[in-house]
Design a protein around this ligand. Structure first.
Ligand code: HXC
Length: 262
């Protein structure tokens, strides 16, 4: 596979989970990949792993909440690999807590990682984006449109990300930059799932509520990203595309569905 040969891909939060799956997919398709996350050890491990697969890869530790750190990382990426073709903003924060239990600092942490972080990544990358032709993918979630108990902070943050997507698609469309949100549902073996659905019985209930009756995979998400970043999607911008097995069509927990069914 070499569909992205010579392309430069920058991914925030790209050292683990869904984001690393996206990075691996682009790398396997020939792209040069640059990853950032807060933990320098995670950056080192991810870059080593990518290089072991034969990828041209580099990274830098940066906290997406800090504009100067993001700017430095994006500049390093451009210095090493040239103009950025594909920008993925994937860094996210999450924990399960009812609104009355979330401190101001806890709410701020998630809003800053998700919303401010997405702004920082797009803002810092703007001078380095290939114009025309660049594609931006912001990682959203079903929480952006479906209210979920224990997720007020995440629902607010992901809805904010989607409006950044739509607004920047409007502002940057004339420059030939496309901006879309990718909205993964429950994806197996990810930190997000472990945090949101911690016990096995709840996982089974979760899967039963998904119309396609299975958890998603890293490849499910990466395939959507690869499509959106390709020329085949050259007329698609400002959209929020779910890759969730229909999860958002059936947000009612199974327990409630059983009750309704009598
Ligand atoms: C209540 C909590 C908490 C919890 C942290 N806080 N965990 N409050 N319940 N379980 C509060 C802390 O008490 C603190 O407030 C504040 O949050 C900041 O915590 P710190 O640990 O000091 O900060 P920091 O390490 O910067 O950030 C915390 C964090 C981060 C946001 C929770 O560790 C994080 O994001 N981890 C998760 C990474 C992750 O899972 N990523 C995937 C996201 S999946 P006080 O007031 O005490 O100072 C996703 C979509 C899922 O986004 C969709 C699936 C369908």
């Amino acid at each position: 596979m070499s569909g992205f040969a010579g392309k430069t891909v920058f991914v925030s939060g790209g050292t683990s989970g869904i984001n690393l799956g996206i990075v691996r997919h682009f790398a396997a398709a020939g792209a040069k990949v640059f990853v950032i996350s807060r933990d320098p050890q995670k950056v080192e491990t991810a870059v080593e792993g990518l290089r072991a697969l034969g990828a041209e890869a580099a990274g830098q530790s940066a906290d997406v909440r800090q504009a100067d750190q993001v700017e430095a990382a994006v500049a390093r990426c451009a210095e090493l690999f040239g103009e950025i073709d594909i920008l993925v903003s994937g860094a996210a924060g999450n924990f399960l807590a009812r609104a009355e239990k979330i401190s101001s600092n806890g709410f701020r942490a998630v809003m800053e990682i998700d919303v401010l972080g997405t702004h920082h990544v797009m803002h810092a990358a703007f001078p380095h984006l290939k114009k025309p032709g660049a594609c931006i993918l912001n990682l959203s979630a079903p929480q952006a449109s479906v209210a979920m108990v224990g997720q007020s902070h995440v629902c607010a943050a992901k809805a904010g990300i989607d409006m950044l997507t739509r607004t920047l698609a409007l502002e940057w469309g004339p420059l030939g930059i496309r901006v879309n949100s990718v909205s993964p549902g429950p994806i197996a073996d990810t930190e997000g799932q472990r945090r949101l659905v911690p016990d096995p019985a709840a996982v089974e209930e979760r899967v039963n509520a998904i119309p396609l009756k299975r958890m998603g995979t890293l490849e499910d998400v990466a395939e959507l990203c690869a499509f959106l970043a390709s020329d085949r999607a050259s007329y698609i911008t400002g959209t929020i595309i779910p890759v969730d097995g229909g999860t958002t069509l059936n947000p009612t927990p199974t327990r409630m569905a059983k009750f309704l069914d009598g």
